[in-house]
Design a protein around this ligand. Structure first.
Ligand code: ADP
Ligand code: MG
Length: 339
């Protein structure tokens, strides 16, 4: 009996030890799989891209994201790349042009933001942005006559589209520069979801995707873009910033920046230095940051509500305002104050 009892107890112990070993094995395997990570920085879309991916398959996902971003610019988004969807839409202004379903959907989303922002955001601003040429080396202030002429082509309501084709009116020119980086974040998220990696942050210029686990994102200081004025904690969100410091030139002591008022054709002049928008979609965070900059602080709060988006506004008197849903903002630069 005694022996049988002892044998039964040892069997129990053996089973327990075996379970322990299996559990430890699973934990160790998970640890090693999720320790796999990939961190890369490179230049594409005319900006710096940094991806930090954790978990099994991170290197493959990183490579796929890089290929996607390069392809997206040349096949879809850039008005400069001969043969891209946007290039062909512009080339064939006045007639319907077949495009990928993705491009048609992105354009439809842009037009929705135009409608809800009463035209403060308008991708048909292309003739005006080309005139200012903020990407070029020798930037000049265009004459008021030139601006007036280019403005005649700006009107999103003249665009027509379905799920596979887009038509702009004769003489119009579209520029998706305000949403390209956000779109890249959305497409990166799709790749990450399908790859099964654990978590990632992908930053494409002024747009950042936080995927899988929470991460701290810095809000850039408008006077020195190597510093941050504060931080926010995000998880499974996109965040985009539009600022007057991102692309600009100075002429005769006056600063001209790249966020344009579609009604005047000139750089927006209000009391804002930057707007950072947080929401689920990269395209929307990017479009909304541009639109909110144009509309100004009070004028843009209603637009954010339409999209369940939150924002951080930095003003030219070094004050900062955040919308009610921004709970995690931490001010880190004491030369700025909360409003
Ligand atoms: P960045 O491209 O530097 O991240 P934004 O996202 O704010 O900055 O986009 C600014 C770009 O969008 C400009 O360079 C121009 O190509 C385009 N743009 C400027 N003003 C408008 C506007 N009101 N609506 C739509 N696009 C705009
Ligand atoms: Mg933008």
């Amino acid at each position: 009996m005694e022996k049988a009892h002892f044998f039964g107890a040892s069997k129990k112990w053996l089973a327990l030890i075996l379970c322990g070993v299996i559990i430890l094995g699973i934990i160790a395997a998970d640890f090693f799989i999720n320790r796999e990570k990939s961190e890369k920085t490179y230049v594409a879309m005319g900006t710096v891209i940094t991806s930090k991916i954790q978990g099994k398959g991170s290197a493959e996902a990183e490579e796929e994201i890089r290929t996607m971003i390069n392809g997206m610019e040349t096949a879809c988004l850039s008005w400069r790349c001969e043969g891209s969807d946007v290039y062909r839409i512009n080339e064939h202004n006045g007639t319907f042009e077949s495009v990928s379903q993705d491009t048609a959907k992105w354009i439809a989303d842009c037009v929705d933001v135009s409608e809800k922002s009463s035209g403060a955001f308008d991708i048909t601003i292309g003739k005006v942005t080309k005139l200012w040429n903020f990407d070029g080396e020798s930037s000049n202030v265009p004459s008021s006559k030139e601006i007036e002429k280019a403005l005649q082509a700006v009107d999103y309501s003249k665009m027509l589209f379905n799920s596979t084709a887009v038509k702009i009116a004769k003489g119009q020119f579209i520029d998706l520069g305000a949403v390209g980086k956000g779109i890249a974040c959305d497409s990166a998220r799709e790749i990450l979801e399908n790859s099964g990696v654990k978590s990632a942050t992908v930053s494409v210029g002024g747009s950042v995707l936080v995927f899988g686990k929470s991460a701290t994102v810095g809000v850039i200081c408008p006077d020195d873009d190597t510093k941050c004025v504060g931080t926010i904690n995000l998880k499974d969100k996109c965040v985009s910033t539009s600022g007057d410091y991102e692309r600009f030139f100075e002429k005769d002591g006056k600063k001209y920046h790249h966020i344009l008022d579609p009604y005047t054709g000139y750089p927006v002049e209000n009391n804002l230095r930057s707007v950072t928008v947080i929401c689920d979609s990269g395209l929307l965070s990017d479009a909304l940051s541009t639109a909110c900059f144009v509309l100004g602080y009070k004028g843009s709060l209603g637009l954010l509500n339409n999209y369940d988006a939150e924002a951080i506004y930095i003003f030219d008197d070094n004050t900062i305002a955040v919308t009610d849903g921004v709970k995690s903002f931490k001010l880190t630069d004491n030369s700025y104050k909360m409003k």
